[in-house]
Design a protein around this ligand. Structure first.
Ligand SMILES: O=P(O)(O)OC[C@H]1O[C@@H](O)[C@H](O)[C@@H](O)[C@@H]1O
Length: 316
């Protein structure tokens, strides 16, 4: 089945197919070969491939693709709570809910859409959600793939309640990496962070780029709008651009924690790194009728060229 999307030419359609559990998935494809898959379970991007067909996001070999748990990998959405800082289930309920395709999304003021294939999803609270989080909201998610294979996600969360509410948020992005010890993150040096391994103690990053030798679970605060994840062995750099998302979570469970996770292979921590664009330290407050937007743009570029991508218009 093909849904036509309001995009750049006749070939730009997305397809809806079923996954192994009968859940609808949306497949976005551009003519040069890049593709992305989005599951209606969780509104979760579960695959992002470049034009050579290489998978750029990690999926655990032990991933469980079955509601009500989020699949271990891809880009689960954490909303309206990040982690366990609140009364809701870990990372909030959005990643465990069934979303629907939004056939007539409200206009987006940005230039998005002209050279992209997109799908719009919608989540509204169920009666059960209202029991644990009594706020009427509409969460619209646009997932787009550009001609050159960049992946963009735009979240629009609107308060349609009579009362204000607040929430935290993260695009919990599992990047696929060659080997975690060959990876470094640039752009977070000298920032303050909350260390989840030390009761969220506030510390300051010292030294150069971030590298990995043990478990890491941190929330970097007030980060620049562009950061880079460099994979030395693959000579590939992920450039993360974001708007409305001041914090960056960096997570790798390392050896011991991986062994305690049923949906992660014992050694698979070596092939993954979570770097999440997020709004955690300061909750987002929405008055009745207000809308919040959080935008993530991911590019995967040869490491030799990444400074061209990150330089220029973005502070780094
Ligand atoms: O197993 P979950 O619920 O998907 O969470 C995975 C990890 O997600 C990270 O974002 C958190 O900082 C970690 O503390 C957490 O362990």
């Amino acid at each position: 089945m093909g849904h036509s999307a309001s995009v750049w030419d006749q070939r730009s359609e997305f397809e809806v197919s079923k996954d192994w559990n009968g859940v609808d998935q949306v497949v976005l494809r551009v003519p040069r070969g890049a593709s992305a898959r989005v599951s209606l379970h969780g509104g979760q991007v579960i695959s992002w491939r470049n034009e050579r067909g290489e998978e750029l996001l990690f999926t655990s070999s032990k991933a469980i693709f079955k509601p009500p748990k989020a699949m271990r990998g891809g880009i689960p959405i954490c909303f309206p709570q990040f982690g366990n800082c609140g009364s809701l289930e870990q990372h909030g309920f959005a990643r465990n809910k069934m979303w629907i395709i939004d056939d007539s999304p409200p206009h987006l003021p940005s230039s998005d859409g002209n050279d992209k294939v997109s799908v719009d999803l919608l989540l509204k609270p169920s009666e059960d959600d209202m029991k644990c989080w009594p706020h009427h909201f509409e969460f619209r998610l646009r997932v787009s793939l550009s001609m050159v294979g960049d992946l963009t996600m735009i979240s629009r969360i609107r308060n349609i309640n009579g009362k204000p509410f607040s929430f935290s948020f993260a695009y919990h992005t599992y990047f696929s990496v060659s080997d975690i010890s060959e990876v470094r993150i640039e752009g977070l040096e000298t920032l303050d962070y909350l260390d989840n391994l030390q009761q969220r103690e506030r510390l300051t990053e010292q030294g150069d780029a971030i590298t990995f030798e043990s478990e890491v679970d941190r929330v970097y605060l007030g980060s620049p709008n562009a950061i880079a994840v460099l994979d030395h062995e693959k000579k590939r750099t992920f450039v993360i651009r974001k708007e409305g998302l001041p914090d960056v979570v960096v997570w790798n469970p390392w050896e011991k924690k991986s062994k305690s996770m049923v949906d992660l292979g014992d050694d698979e921590y070596k092939q993954m790194l979570c770097v999440d664009a997020a709004a955690i330290e300061r909750a987002i407050n929405l008055k009745p009728g207000e809308e919040w937007n959080g935008r993530l743009e991911l590019s995967a570029v040869p490491s030799t060229r990444y400074s061209d991508h990150i330089g220029g218009h973005v502070r780094y």
